[in-house]
Design a protein around this ligand. Structure first.
Ligand SMILES: *Cc1c(COP(=O)(O)O)cnc(C)c1O
Length: 450
């Protein structure tokens, strides 16, 4: 089998595998059961020595946020420059993780508060996040669910999963189920098969999404057997993976991606923007090019969340915008992910992009392109506004609604709608507004007295 250069190098040069282990290298279960969890083993495998003083602090970090690295992923580290290595930095603890700042939160996305059933986060109208596994092979140091890492007791039982499935079954608006975790692909094939079968039985579920980092940290998990399980789903399965750096795209990872793509599974990638790891337009461009060459569409670039102990990974938002500026127009459109900030407090994902609309008048917009050319677009004089009353049956546009009507419109769409009279969206917890309400109540009562 074709292995990565670094992978081959470590196997041959460091000779830390005996013959039996060598034969097992490509077995994902062997990889999982040989995950490296202590500093000594890291030192031995990479043939490095961690500074004794730092070692104490790193051990304290591990006591708080455990470490686990697959032998495969560790083999991608360049031992000669491990301190700057993007793989090492994502896998090996840093004492700065114990530095919790005042704005850090244990559950920044309020996933636990939006949870109507075990493992389910129902934040958006038509889709749910379903955490079906609390287990990961590699513990990403930048994990947004750091609060739960290594929390073995919370591995969802079959009956908990059934409760989650029951919620989906009883909630017809859910058309998209996003299986996440932990890593769903750390579950045994049979459990994945069962989950897919159950979801396939729910009529209103249209798509099943799986978020997994196994193609990056445990590519041997993508076996022929797993492919058969995924192919058995009548409903489309979409997979999102999590490459952060071009160094992670080894020949083994490529093989795993190819197997998934050849099974007809659309592949996407969600990267996290990480300080000193991938906060560079050139690295990001290299990464997205490697992704699309391997049939993976860059989907999201995440601003790093406010989870506890992640401050040293966070970049300015400007860095993300600079990266987006360097991609759009400069490379194929489908190489460009959407840069998002997942709003703290459960506000959901908010897209951020450079501004291309510079100004506008009643019939003209002023735009700039990626090269800095400023241009005009003349709007048609004849375009008539057609008022929408949501009566699609009588509309010329011929939308055949064969199912239940959409629920009431929310957000800015509501302000734009002809059929809704709302003219402002008012946050409910604003002091001034509460005061105004009180005052208007007083005015009103005075008025009625008179
Ligand atoms: C990210 C996320 C989704 C999926 O969002 P998309 O923009 O559709 O990819 C769904 N639910 C929750 C809670 C999420 O965090």
């Amino acid at each position: 089998m074709n292995t990565g250069v670094a992978e081959t190098k470590i196997k041959l040069e460091n000779r830390w595998l005996d013959d039996k282990a060598y034969a097992n290298w490509t077995n994902w279960k062997w990889q999982v059961s040989h995950c490296i969890k202590d500093i000594d083993t890291i030192e031995r495998i990479l043939d490095i020595t961690i500074d004794p003083e730092e070692r104490v602090q790193i051990q304290q970090t591990i006591d708080h946020f455990p470490m686990s690295v697959t032998p495969y992923y560790l083999s991608l580290v360049d031992p000669d420059d491990y301190k700057n290595d993007p793989v090492f930095k994502q896998a090996f603890p840093d004492k700065r993780e114990l530095h919790i700042t005042s704005c850090d939160m244990s559950d920044p996305l309020a996933e636990d508060t939006h949870s109507p059933a075990p493992g389910i986060t129902h934040r958006y109208p038509d889709r749910v996040l379903f955490c079906v596994s609390n287990v990961c092979a590699m513990y990403c140091r930048h994990c947004t669910r750091k609060r739960r890492v290594g929390d073995i007791d919370s591995v969802p039982s079959r009956s908990e999963l059934k409760e989650g499935l029951e919620y989906i079954r009883n909630t017809p608006v859910v058309r998209d189920v996003l299986l996440s975790g932990g890593d769903p692909f750390l579950l045994p094939d049979e459990r994945i098969q069962w989950l897919l079968d159950e979801l396939n039985k729910i009529e209103h579920v249209e798509v099943i999404r799986i978020g997994t980092r196994t193609p990056v940290v445990l590519p041997y998990r993508i076996t022929d057997e797993l492919i058969e399980v995924l192919k058995s789903s009548e409903k489309p399965v979409w997979i999102n993976t999590h490459f952060n750096h071009p160094q992670e795209m080894t020949s083994t990872a490529k093989r795993a991606l190819k197997m998934l793509a050849m099974a007809g599974i659309p592949l996407g990638n969600q990267s996290v923007l990480l300080s000193d790891i991938n906060d560079c337009p050139r690295i990001m461009k290299r990464l997205v090019h490697k992704l699309v060459r391997n049939r993976v569409r860059p989907y999201y670039l995440y601003q790093c969340d406010l989870s506890e102990g992640l401050e040293h990974f966070r970049t300015s938002v400007g860095k993300g915008i600079e990266i987006m500026e360097s991609l759009r127009g400069h490379t194929s459109g489908f190489c460009v992910p959407t840069y998002v900030i997942d709003a703290p407090g459960g506000g959901g994902k908010i897209p951020i992009a450079p501004n291309y609309l510079i100004s506008w008048s009643t019939n003209k917009v002023i735009l700039r392109n990626y090269e800095g050319v400023i241009t005009t677009y003349q709007e048609p004089d004849c375009y008539q506004h057609t008022s929408c009353d949501l009566k699609c049956d009588t509309c010329n546009l011929q939308l055949k609604l064969d199912e239940a009507e959409e629920k009431s419109v929310v957000g800015i769409s509501r302000l734009l709608a002809d059929y809704d009279e709302t003219i402002t969206l008012t946050p409910t917890e604003v002091e001034v507004i509460e005061q105004e309400i009180e005052e208007s109540e007083i005015d009103h009562s005075n008025g009625s007295d008179a």
